[in-house]
Design a protein around this ligand. Structure first.
Ligand code: FAD
Ligand code: DHY
Length: 504
């Protein structure tokens, strides 16, 4: 059923799409249904042509196109019922399935050298796990199994089929605006600063308020999933909800942060000019969410446990660990290339610095293998990577990531700042630049491309945003440590110490 609201129509969810789509298809639908983005006080009419977003759109399109590359399509997609779908939508049933998913995550992560934090795979993993574990949502106190509106399990299952079938690109926003962290959402000066439910109608649920952060707003849909950080006194709360809607839904706007992509040549800004995935503040000005798109209402406990209860957080973390392996490899490759270029590899402290990167890489690789090897089917029959190694990875990497750009700075030194641009190299001083900025194994052009990559990884605004992203994207590290402390079973270790202390 098509729903009318604010003079616009909200189309029904069409499951049974064509499966994996090309980059062109992704661009076409973004052009036809642009999200309501604001940049520098202006509405972005078409993100595929706007100077601050078009390059990122092209990068995403390139990622979609990889699915059709002859040598990659078997890994990046899977077949089901005569159609091929993106691999990250596959519900893993065996450890071998997890290995295939990891391979696909890794190939796609390498496309952005690990710097594309929110390639669609991340949210695909979320929707896959939530869809497979959809029964969880009928545990909600507001769910009515069998009801055409309130069968939340059926809604979640259909939403998965819709996203998978149309190969949609999703963003998500979990946290409330940073107004006063010592107060609950219900205690803020206005009850609708934090996103809250206003009323139910025959057609759906009206929501009002804001969410703090959605990376990759250049997406088809936004998932508003319940976050584990909702603190409320009551069992029922207007702030507990789960739903997914198109990014161009009437009343929904995205206030983007200042763009990092400033339209420079990719040779000069190799990462910033390609992978500015954007982050946006999300405003809901009385948005109607049709019933078929609602997964959870009012139930605080179920909301807080939704990530763990469906194991979505583990499948997302599994994508993340593979992504961070690719990113660490990119740092290793860049650092070693710099060392090779300037001939510093014989110095012991230089070797030690490269060794630090290798150790980080091997720790992450080992945690990925451990998570896969210790995987077990969950309550919904989904082969689920083990929590402890993934928790270790998601606590370890944010705490150590900042050392990677620091190491590049220490190894590259003045080379990371003294890097004439392409225009400089083609200008009057070109011949001198060619002479003085060559290296033992490369001409000045090659050297400057390498050092500009190192700069974009460690020094630029792009690098600064990456540093913050790594610290926080999966949650507050302080609370993640506490969560690990709460769930980790230390009883055997404690018992062993107890026994040892009894030893005569
Ligand atoms: C670049 C970037 C991209 C992001 N992308 C997304 C996204 O796409 N979708 C999404 O949903 N989120 C996204 N996030 C948000 C991320 O989930 C949050 O940053 C994270 O959960 C921390 O919340 P916060 O930023 O509101 O920090 P706050 O909760 O405001 O914390 C600020 C400081 O106060 C401390 N603090 C606050 N409350 C407590 C407490 N109860 N106990 C102890 N210490 C506390 C924190 O430790 C921290 O030092 C992104 C964040 C960044 C930086
Ligand atoms: O809410 C939680 O604790 C889990 C969680 C999942 C995905 C995210 O992107 C995130 O920032 C936090």
């Amino acid at each position: 059923m098509t729903t009318e609201f604010k003079g616009q129509t909200i189309p029904p969810m069409h499951t049974g799409g064509q499966g994996a789509v090309t980059g062109q298809r992704f661009l076409d639908r973004l052009r036809q249904n642009p999200p309501t983005l604001y940049i520098d006080g202006q509405r972005v009419a078409d993100p595929t042509t706007h100077p601050s977003t078009r390059n990122m759109c092209q990068s995403l399109a390139g990622l979609y196109d990889l699915q059709f590359q002859e040598d990659l399509k078997e890994t990046l997609t899977y077949e089901d019922g005569g159609k091929r779908y993106a691999r990250s939508f596959m519900v893993p049933r065996t450890k071998d399935d997890l290995r295939l998913i990891a391979e696909s995550h890794r190939i796609r992560a390498n496309y952005g050298l690990g710097f594309l934090g929110r390639a669609p795979d991340y949210m695909n993993a979320n929707v896959m796990a939530a869809g497979a574990g959809a029964e969880y949502f009928n545990g909600c106190s507001a769910a009515v199994p069998g009801d055409p509106k309130r069968d939340f399990a059926a809604n979640m299952r259909r939403y998965y089929e819709y996203v998978q079938g149309n190969d949609l690109c999703l963003t998500h926003a979990l946290t409330n605006p940073q107004v006063n962290r010592s107060k609950m959402a219900s205690e803020l000066p206005d009850p609708y600063i934090a996103l809250g439910i206003v009323e139910e109608t025959d057609e759906g649920v009206i929501v009002r308020g804001a969410r703090m952060m959605a990376t990759l707003p250049i997406a088809d849909e936004i998932l508003i999933f319940p976050s584990t950080v909702l603190k409320e006194n009551a069992d029922k709360s207007r702030y507990a909800m789960g739903f997914g809607i198109p990014t161009n839904t009437p009343g929904l706007s995205f206030q983007c942060r200042e763009p990092i992509d400033v339209g420079r040549d990719p040779e000069d800004h190799p990462l910033s000019s390609r992978f500015d995935e954007q982050d946006a503040f999300v405003i809901f000005d009385d948005v109607l969410v049709p019933w078929e798109r609602i997964f959870l209402l009012y139930d605080v406990e179920l909301a807080n446990k939704a990530y763990a209860g469906t194991d979505a957080v583990l499948h997302m973390a599994y994508q993340v660990v593979n992504l961070k392996i690719a990113k660490t490899e990119a740092f290793l490759g860049t650092a070693q290339s710099i060392v090779n270029a300037i001939g510093s590899g014989g110095f012991q402290h230089v070797q030690a610095k490269i060794a630090e990167i290798i150790i980080m890489l091997e720790i992450m690789k080992a945690l990925e293998v451990a998570a896969r090897e210790q995987a077990e089917p969950n309550d919904y029959g989904v082969m689920t990577p083990a929590r402890a190694p993934l928790d270790a990875a998601r606590n370890y990497y944010p705490a150590n990531h900042a050392r990677l750009p620091e190491l590049l700075q220490l190894l590259g030194a003045s080379g990371i700042i003294m890097m004439p641009s392409k225009a400089d190299r083609e200008g009057p001083l070109g011949p001198q630049i060619a002479k003085y900025l060559q290296t033992g194994n490369a001409n000045a052009d090659e050297r400057l491309r390498l050092f500009r990559l190192a700069w974009d990884m460690s020094m630029s605004s792009f690098a600064g945003r990456q540093e913050l992203y790594e610290r926080y994207f999966f949650g507050d590290p302080v609370r993640m440590h506490s969560a690990l402390y709460e769930v980790y079973d230390s009883s055997e270790a404690v018992a062993r110490i107890g026994e040892f202390l009894q030893r005569k």
